[in-house]
Design a protein around this ligand. Structure first.
Ligand code: LLP
Length: 390
């Protein structure tokens, strides 16, 4: 995208605005498609239905974690048998919905399976989530595979669950693990794959799994000095360990770098020697910096000629000191009215946004074949109050 386009888009659609480049998503998906047998796009990263539709057309399957996400995938045209549900702490009414729809259910606990078996009126298509005792991620908050996390089952519980499912005549399709999110080295994936394959082979007398699912978690570089994962090399390493076809569940890798968040500077001020550039996106719009201390590159859109460098805290309009997008960031001297692009905002950006401080959610635009189109309207103030009971 040209910078001039970003200025025009901000004029046309107002800010804060998420702008997604469809071509980038296709490119990232293509890299994975060439390397793995089956891809379940993990739609929690970005559930926009235009993006889901595009990935469905590319041949992707979908990983959903809630009834809402299953409904989004169905709206995007994914057939039920291309959706896998990986939930945790799932309610009975939710289980009944999933069983009725016939999506594959990735079992997280013996309790979940027992309740599901009692509810199901027809045979289920099942996967089983192993807790491999190996975790990794960009933040403590995104590590899921470690021993003491709430996710998955230890081998013994998993075996009980698989036996129960067999006795009840359900279809056992896959074994799964997901160790965490935002991982830039191969090593934890390899360790987890060895454990997953070991568990799978302990069933070899009873079951041949259609595929093993090694989860998502493939990181992307947010900082200049971070290196891309080498996908062909990782895929080769995993293929050497796992004998069955390999499925993955990437979210971030597919969508992160497709999207920028455009936000406008409305106030320049300083306090206690710090320079603040206040913009119209806060942690209601992009929570990753506030929640995980995540780094997102910030770029001044347009001309910076003649502007000397200065350090800024780039902060939002919310009434909390934790409301920042970037701290101590060197930028060309900023002025009120400047437009900033927050990069790598496609994963866990809009999907984690909120109405905090009674602020309507941002709009989303997609760029495809040189044309822009609105893929989600900006919320109105009316929308904010539409569910209030007066
Ligand atoms: N599969 C399962 C079971 C998951 O829990 C997740 C992510 C994924 C796949 C996709 O992971 P990915 O490929 O996107 O790393 N909000 C955090 C990330 C939380 C990830 C939660 N689970 C962030 O903004 O960094």
């Amino acid at each position: 995208m040209e910078m001039s386009d970003e200025l025009l888009l901000a004029e046309k659609y107002d800010t804060p605005l998420y702008v997604t480049d469809a071509g980038k998503i296709r490119e990232r998906y293509g890299k994975l498609k060439g390397a793995f047998d089956r891809i379940y796009y993990s739609c929690k990263a970005n559930t926009n239905i235009a993006i889901l539709k595009m990935l469905r057309k590319e041949g992707s399957f979908a990983d959903a974690v809630s009834v809402g996400e299953v409904l989004a995938c169905l709206r995007a045209g994914f057939p039920e048998d291309r959706i896998m549900f990986t939930g945790t702490g799932v309610r009975n009414d939710e289980l009944a919905f999933l069983a009725e729809k016939g999506v594959m259910i990735n079992i997280d606990s013996c309790s979940e399976l027992e309740r599901l078996c009692n509810l199901a009126k027809k045979p289920l298509s099942l996967s089983f989530r192993l807790n491999p005792g190996v975790g990794a991620g960009h933040s403590e908050k995104t590590i899921t595979g470690n021993k003491n996390s709430k996710f998955g089952m230890e081998e013994e519980a998993l075996k009980r669950a698989v036996n129960m499912a067999m006795q009840k005549g359900h279809e056992i399709k896959a074994l799964h693990c997901h160790i965490g999110s935002g991982i830039l080295s191969e090593e934890p994936f390899i360790r987890a794959a060895e454990i997953l394959e070991n568990t799978a082979s302990s069933f070899k007398e009873q079951i041949s799994f259609e595929f093993l699912d090694v989860g998502g978690g493939f990181g992307v570089p947010y900082k200049e000095d971070e290196r891309e994962l080498d996908i062909p090399s990782l895929a080769n390493a995993l293929c050497r360990i796992i004998k069955e076809p390999i499925a993955i569940e990437p979210g971030r890798y597919v969508v992160a770098d497709s999207t920028v968040l455009l936000t406008r500077v409305n106030t320049i001020k300083s306090n206690g020697g710090r320079n603040f550039a206040q913009v119209d996106a806060g942690f209601n719009t992009l929570i990753r910096p506030a929640m995980y201390g995540s780094y997102h590159k910030v770029r001044l859109v347009g001309d910076s000629i003649g502007r000397r460098k200065k350090l800024y805290d780039i902060v939002g309009p919310l009434c909390e000191s934790g409301d920042f997008l970037a701290l101590d960031r060197e930028m060309p001297e900023l002025r009120e009215g400047d437009l900033l692009a927050i990069e790598n905002a496609g994963a866990y950006g809009y999907s984690m946004s909120s109405n905090y401080n009674s602020r309507p959610k941002a709009a989303e635009v997609m760029i495809e074949d040189g044309r822009d189109r609105l893929i989600r309207e900006r919320e109105s103030y009316e929308d904010l109050f539409s569910k209030e009971v007066l």
